[in-house]
Design a binder for this molecule. Sequence first.
Ligand SMILES: [Ca+2]
Ligand SMILES: [Ca+2]
Length: 272
Amino acid sequence: MNFIRQFRNPSLIGLAFMSAVALFTQAATAETITGKSGNVQAQISYDKPEEFQYKNVRLQITRAGKRILEQKLPQDSEYDRPIGEFDAQKNQIPVRDLDGNKEPEVIADFFTGGAHCCLYSLIYRYDSKSQQYKQIRHEWGNAGYQLKDVDKDGIPEFNSRDDRFAYAFSSYAASGYPLQIWQYRQGKMVDVTRRYPKLIASNTKELWQTYQEIRQQGDDGKGFLAAYLASKYMLGQGQDGWRQVQQAYKKSDRAQFFTDLRKFLRETGYIK
Ligand SMILES: [Ca+2]
Ligand SMILES: [Ca+2]
């Protein structure tokens, strides 16, 4: 096909113009994600993304068909992509009772783009006094979360990991993470990880196993030792953890590593 001849053909130029109009119309079409629980319905809409930019991202919440909230969502930038529930098969907005007061909350999740980072949630709670929704924002870093009722009391927890350990002592791929579990209570996120020693213990075991595997692959294992020691502190076994870490890590930078690790675990609140 001869492109120039094609382009000179006026009817084809007309066609090109038509398809440009069609593209423009398509760009203006909104895409939506929805979620529902009882009589509470949530919808996030945004213009069809162009160049990875998500414009005009709006959240609407209705109760029994009555619109209570309709607002443009506060993205950090237009590259923040609205997404459905993390780790879930269905692309839906989580509309779940997160604190057990029989009133569902609405979670708007965003992914900021880039290789890993970052994920954050905007959590909306209905305030019956003002009859309005109130919002908080929670940062997940690279970790994201999974809504899971870990203690089977009928109220979901946010199952996550401590993302402050990403890149702390190694590359991203060689970083290990202590478990982190959050609950949403009285409109706030609370770190409740230490209430679940069995889950911490099983994660601690996994961290040690992965440490051994990664050592066999030639990594120094610092990323997993750090997470392992933090986990041991959560179990009240900090001393035992140190003994193991000091036995395991024999490289020439060990004194510096132990100093840095102690400082990091203090700063992150594992060593009180
Ligand atoms: Ca609730
Ligand atoms: Ca629960």
